[in-house]
Write a protein that binds this ligand. Structure first.
Ligand SMILES: Cc1cc2nc3c(=O)[nH]c(=O)nc-3n(C[C@H](O)[C@H](O)[C@H](O)COP(=O)(O)OP(=O)(O)OC[C@H]3O[C@@H](n4cnc5c(N)ncnc54)[C@H](O)[C@@H]3O)c2cc1C
Length: 505
């Protein structure tokens, strides 16, 4: 057989592509990972950031396996990435309103949720009162009682980046801002056309297998095959979900799940210290997933949903930021967008020149690791299951005890403000030593770009985390975009434009 440059080319640096690249590289395959933009630049930085089985999915018995898998993976991700994830208590306020699911149903659902989690359970669910306590504080006086249960939460974009760093540490070649523009196969080998979006250069590479992890563009990517779209390609339904970010509404780390009168569930939880994140919507979407934005109707819907249950009344003027993502769901035909299953499907296409191409359809952030394992099992049988046990970069924290780890780092870097050490610890875990270890004073962190952004961190992101632009740094490697002043953004852009910075653009 002809020799190929790579065993595997993964197209798409969202969570699914990142997970596949990590798993495959760790199993000894030579891997190329490309993304047309930044890592996590499309759906995987626009999720609701929950590690969950999906309590709501229990309404469909066919989705029970999905819930069980999500609950298992929730715990696994929290173990391999303790720095970027955490447990979060959710309050489900309840009253006798006819539009609400009855209390017995919620209780049964939570019981099932605990059961399906099995040994991977976080904490048992229970009933809680709302009078004169932190759980009732932000709510209107319309609820009689509430249930409390625990789920997980993760920094979605950083989960992607850490998987890609791990892939690279295992030998993968990672090329961001590189679009695949064509694919043809000959004698069992793929030739792929690549276009570097920054330099404008086009070139070809070859690979034995392709994994199509283009997320909501999964079908569009298939249309680039030399023979055109395979006739067996499943259809996807693009469903947009939007979130709004408003000021912080209450003290405490817990979140809320409300039952909206339309039967949908709306959540809110504290986000990035000073904000509250509210989501989400389900709206059929056509067009470029990268360009998805909140519509007027979605903005109004989320404000109305909040105003129905919270004391604080909001309008669109209270919305500081919003973001939207497009769910790439398997099109099951008819039905409301919110009812379409979140199950994934792996499809190996046939009749395209004898070489293997596997497309990933649908899925959830929470189940990415299991999906990646299933994909790589179709390519090699070597070293199955390794990704569940090896921590992601920076996650090698003793016993996964983040609190003790933070205390140690505060003591070790006592010259750095505590809030900044906490941010570094939550983003980089033990990897923060890579850019802090040699520092003895704050001045040793290099130029101060403003707010709490120093050159040392930026250089680390450029050299080790595949960041190229200011947006990559401010919105995906971190969420500093929510916090920093315009001057800081400009200082960062100037630094990246400097000829001394090979990595940045
Ligand atoms: C609103 C919303 C809320 C969600 N909330 C949750 C949640 O709370 N918990 C949860 O578990 N899941 C959640 N999900 C689901 C989860 O976010 C998605 O399943 C997941 O992010 C999809 O990842 P992906 O890698 O398949 O796609 P993407 O992240 O979109 O990645 C695909 C990548 O492919 C690249 N690409 C496309 N075409 C090309 C090409 N020709 N060449 C090179 N690169 C290309 C794109 O640039 C993109 O980066 C949510 C989804 C949405 C939309």
């Amino acid at each position: 057989m002809q020799k190929a440059d790579y065993d595997l080319c993964v197209i798409g640096g969202g969570i699914n592509g990142a997970g596949v690249a990590r798993d495959a590289a760790g199993r000894g395959l030579s891997v190329l990972l490309v993304d047309a933009g930044d890592l996590a630049g499309v759906t995987s930085s626009a999720s609701s950031k929950m590690l969950h089985g999906g309590l709501r999915y229990l309404e469909n018995i066919a989705d029970f396996p999905l819930v069980r898998e999500g609950l298992r993976e929730r715990k696994t991700i929290m173990e391999i990435a303790p720095h970027i994830s955490r447990q979060m208590d959710f309050v489900l306020p309840q009253n006798a309103d006819e539009a609400q699911r009855p209390a017995w149903m919620i209780r049964t659902g939570l019981f099932l949720y605990d059961m399906l989690a099995g040994r991977k359970k976080l904490s048992s669910s229970r009933a809680v009162g709302l009078q004169d306590n932190k759980y009732g504080a932000p709510l209107k006086d319309i609820f009689e009682t509430a249930f409390l249960y625990t789920d997980g939460q993760v920094d979605d974009a950083r989960l992607v980046v850490l998987n890609v760093i791990s892939a690279a540490q295992n030998g993968a070649d990672v090329r961001t801002y590189t679009a695949c523009t064509g694919m043809r196969s000959d004698n069992g080998i793929w030739t792929l056309q690549m276009h570097n979006q920054i330099s404008g250069q086009s070139y070809e590479v070859s690979a034995k297998t392709i994994v199509n992890a283009a997320g909501p563009s999964v079908t569009q990517l298939l249309s680039l095959l030399d023979g055109g779209m395979p006739s067996d390609a499943p259809a996807i339904r693009q469903v947009k979900g939007s979130h709004i970010i408003i000021e912080r509404l209450y003290e405490g780390d817990h979140g809320y799940l409300f039952q909206n009168p339309d039967g949908r569930v709306i959540f809110l939880w504290p986000y990035e210290q000073k904000y509250t994140l509210v989501g989400t919507t389900d709206e059929d979407y056509e067009g470029d997933p990268r360009a998805a934005m909140i519509s007027e109707a979605e903005m109004e819907y989320l404000c109305e949903a909040m105003n129905a249950v919270c004391k604080k009344q909001i309008t669109r003027e209270d919305v500081h930021f919003s973001f939207s993502g497009v769910r790439p769901l398997i099109d099951s035909g008819q039905g409301k967008a919110s009812k379409v299953s979140r199950r994934h499907l792996l499809h190996e296409h046939h009749g395209v020149g004898g070489a293997k191409i596997i497309s990933v359809y649908g899925g959830k952030l929470t189940t990415y690791r299991a999906i990646a394992e299933e994909v790589v099992d179709k390519i090699t049988k070597r070293r199955k299951g390794w990704t569940a046990h090896e921590t992601l970069p920076g996650g090698d924290i003793d016993d996964g005890d983040f609190h003790s780890f933070l205390l140690r780092k505060e003591a070790q870097y006592s010259f750095i403000p505590r809030a900044l050490i906490k941010r570094y610890a939550k983003a980089y875990g033990t990897a923060m030593d890579a850019f802090l270890e040699k520092a003895e004073t704050v001045q040793d962190l290099g130029s101060h770009l403003g707010d709490d952004l120093y050159e040392a961190e930026v250089q680390y992101l450029l050299q080790h985390e595949f960041a190229r632009t200011a947006e990559d740094i401010l919105w995906r490697r971190s969420k500093l975009g929510l916090h920093v002043r315009d001057d800081t953004v400009q200082a960062l852009k100037s630094m990246l434009a400097s000829p001394h910075n090979d990595g940045g653009v």
